[in-house]
Write a protein that binds this ligand. Structure first.
Ligand code: SAM
Length: 175
């Protein structure tokens, strides 16, 4: 449980550890925030050779970067907002997705205007739950440090706390 810098796990590393333990070869998963493709590659490696990743981003640059890391047979890269994921993931896979991973905020070194936004994030996390299979897992990494990030995190936390506890188990980790 060590970060590359020798410190404690980052939020993303916690999410990856939880997912890695549960994902199986052949699973189909969603990366809701592709960025440079590190998480898409992580997910693809967890489910390969027979699994598949559907990955989303609103920036074309994200698709280009991610395609350098992850071959087409492992991941379908979709140039669209995650708030449209239900329309893009084939209907025969609805209710069969093993995990949906969100890593919110902006891509370091790029346009901060292309940040995730509370309104679309909240649509997307609701859609994500509809895609998950029983015992599937949704991870959401939130960065409260940038403008709008704290508000986005509050909305996520309130929504998660309001879910039916007979159907959903919720954990909130705060490094
Ligand atoms: N997972 C990425 C990686 O491994 O490099 C990092 C993701 S970065 C923190 C957040 C990403 O969310 C940015 O690339 C940004 O373009 C993207 N984004 C912003 N709004 C979005 C939306 N509505 N749907 C999908 N992606 C979005």
């Amino acid at each position: 449980l060590v970060s590359p810098n020798g410190g404690l796990p980052s939020s993303v590393l916690w999410a990856q550890l939880i997912l890695k333990d549960r994902l199986r070869v052949g699973d189909v998963v969603v990366d809701a925030t592709m960025g440079n493709g590190h998480d898409t590659l992580f997910l693809a490696q967890c489910v390969s050779p027979d699994g598949h990743v559907f990955a989303f981003d609103v920036q074309e640059a994200a698709l280009i970067e991610t395609r350098k890391r992850v071959p087409a047979e492992m991941a379908t890269l979709i140039h669209a907002g995650h708030e449209t994921m239900r329309a893009h993931v084939p209907t025969n896979l609805h209710g069969k997705i093993s995990a949906v991973m969100f890593n919110l905020g902006y891509l370091p070194g790029t346009d901060k205007a292309l940040i995730t936004r509370t309104e679309t994030t909240m649509i997307a996390v609701r859609e994500a739950l509809e895609l998950l299979k029983p015992s599937g897992i949704l991870t959401v990494v939130v960065y409260p440090g940038h403008e709008g990030g704290a508000d986005e995190g509050r909305h996520i936390a309130e929504w998660a706390a309001s879910l039916d506890s007979r159907r959903f188990e919720v954990q909130h980790l705060r490094p």
